[in-house]
Ligand binder design. Structure first.
Ligand code: UDP
Length: 234
């Protein structure tokens, strides 16, 4: 199965690389070149990044902070990551537009489905920052929402694991990988792929979720060109 328009979801934690916090410039550069390969191959790429390497609302709530205040701080963390990725992508020579749900003048334009699609068609990478713009949500849900809005063929969920397993492969050596799984089966088995809000949105809109190892060079391009490497939920 080939994909022409993708929504790439990266977690904030992935940007830490070997660090404990923040953004690893090496990792950022690696991701930028993976994405460039895909754009150079003529694919349209929208991107949503998390903020967990910097701040999570639940962490603030655990420390006594108001949850909503913490969630907005988390949304701002996604802005920082999005801007970092934008810079790294531009360095490779790609054309990039940063759109945001939160008002971020002068750094970003307001997210609008029409503007996002127009930019994608013009060959820009579109990075969508600020999550859904609402507290109590996650960037998983934001990526599902944006993927549906921009009519992406698939959500590419880049992780450090190469797909979905029967159990956590980092803890259980007998775990085996699914090549393909249905939404219903993944739900019944309680597999943690995305949070349930995101998962439901994808299921209701028949939007496949592709879980793959983003840290192996060339994987993203291979998959969009039709090679089957990770796990597809559909
Ligand atoms: N967040 C939010 N609404 C959204 C998206 C994100 O409130 O629509 C906040 C929430 O506090 C979350 C934080 O931003 O913990 C960072 O996002 P997320 O945890 O999804 O990042 P990731 O785990 O993917 O790095």
């Amino acid at each position: 199965m080939k994909f022409n328009r993708i929504l790439l979801k990266l977690s904030g934690e992935a940007l830490m690389g070997e660090q404990q916090y923040g953004i690893d410039p090496l990792r950022l550069g690696e991701y930028a070149s993976e994405i460039k390969e895909v754009v150079d191959a003529g694919k349209e790429v929208g991107i949503v990044i998390g903020g967990g390497n910097i701040y999570r609302g639940l962490q603030g709530a655990g420390e006594g902070m108001d949850r909503v205040q913490g969630d907005y701080m988390g949304m701002l963390a996604t802005v920082i990551n999005s801007m970092a990725l934008q810079g790294a992508l531009e360095k490779t020579g790609l054309k990039v537009k940063l759109l945001s749900t939160l008002t971020l003048r002068p750094m970003a334009e307001a997210m609008s489905r029409k503007i996002a699609i127009d930019y994608l068609k013009e060959g820009y990478v579109v990075v969508i920052a600020g999550g859904t713009g609402n507290p109590f949500f996650t960037t998983d849900t934001a990526s599902a929402l944006r993927a549906v809005e921009i009519e992406a063929d698939v959500i590419m969920k880049g992780t450090r694991v190469d797909g979905i397993y029967t159990a956590d492969p980092e803890k259980d050596p007998t775990a085996t990988k699914y090549s393909e799984i249905s939404f219903d089966e993944a739900y019944e088995k309680g597999l943690k792929i995305m949070d349930l809000t995101a998962f439901t949105l994808c299921k209701e809109n028949s939007l496949p979720i592709y879980v793959f190892d983003m840290n192996t060079k060339g994987n993203l391009l291979k998959i969009v060109n039709g090679e089957h490497l990770g796990t597809i939920v559909k």
